[in-house]
Design a protein around this ligand. Structure first.
Ligand SMILES: Nc1nc2c(ncn2[C@@H]2O[C@H](COP(=O)(O)OP(=O)(O)OP(=O)(O)O)[C@@H](O)[C@H]2O)c(=O)[nH]1
Ligand SMILES: [Mg+2]
Length: 229
């Protein structure tokens, strides 16, 4: 858990576990959110603004609680399995999954009471990762409804989507085509999307999904800049 406060145009972030405090320049006049780097619910170790990067690629990672988002984030970042706790707030990491590519990934807590907050992170987003527990058939409809609420947001028009059909190691999983059917992905005609089977705990399928997302984001950015010309 951490607490953030604004004082004299500086942002202070305090972690309850280590009682560490650090600050950065205030970056958002509207107080919408602040780009805080926060590691796995442990230490507010770095603070930075992705807005100042030359060619930022910002990705929001969403999905129901327990889908495996945070596990996936750190598998992407460190190629390791980490022990997670339910995310209250968010984790953010910058990844370099391949040469010349730098992605800022925002992993937002998926508990029901936190989902109304997802929309606070939809600014300047170039890609969406949606994580599904492929073995949680009971909550597949809930997951689909949440996905469609996300995609209905005007700030995410045409933003490419990769659905990670996670937990493929679980014996009762419904596979990527089952996830695709439940989520009715073929109905999505207004954006590029892709379903990737994966296992966040051992890393299977993770890189393949990211490669596909990067390919789609490049196309999305190219189209956007062509439209501006
Ligand atoms: N068997 C299996 N378990 C997984 C996999 N990915 C994640 N888990 C487990 O699922 C549980 C939830 O994982 P998290 O990454 O914390 O889930 P989350 O989506 O971040 O959840 P919230 O932060 O509450 O939104 C943990 O016990 C993980 O170890 C997977 O591929 N296979
Ligand atoms: Mg989490």
């Amino acid at each position: 858990m951490f607490r953030a406060e604004i004082n004299h145009n500086r942002m202070y972030v305090q972690c309850s576990d280590r009682n560490s405090k650090c600050c950065t320049n205030r970056v958002d006049e509207k107080n919408e959110y602040f780009p805080v780097k926060y590691n796995m619910g442990s230490t507010a170790s770095r603070l930075y603004s992705f807005m100042t990067a030359d060619d930022p690629v910002n990705i929001v990672m969403l999905g129901l609680d327990d889908a495996g988002k945070t596990t996936l984030l750190y598998q992407m970042k460190m190629k390791e399995t980490v022990t997670t706790v339910p995310t209250i707030g968010f984790n953010v990491e910058t990844l370099s999954p391949m040469k010349g590519v730098s992605l800022t990934v925002w992993d937002i807590g998926g508990q029901k009471k936190l989902r109304p907050l997802w929309q606070n992170y939809y600014r300047e987003i170039h890609g969406i990762i949606y994580v599904v527990d492929s073995a949680d058939v009971e909550r597949m409809d809930e997951s689909r409804d949440e996905l469609y609420s996300v995609l209905a947001c005007g700030k995410l028009v045409a933003v490419p989507l990769v659905v990670f059909a996670n937990k493929q190691d679980k014996p009762n999983n419904i596979g990527p085509s089952g996830v695709s059917n439940h989520l009715r992905l073929t109905k999505l005609l207004d954006r590029k999307w892709f379903v990737q089977a994966c296992c966040a705990t051992d890393g299977d399928g993770v890189i393949a999904g990211i490669e596909e997302l990067v390919r789609m984001i490049k196309e999305f950015k190219r189209n956007k800049s062509e439209l501006r010309q």
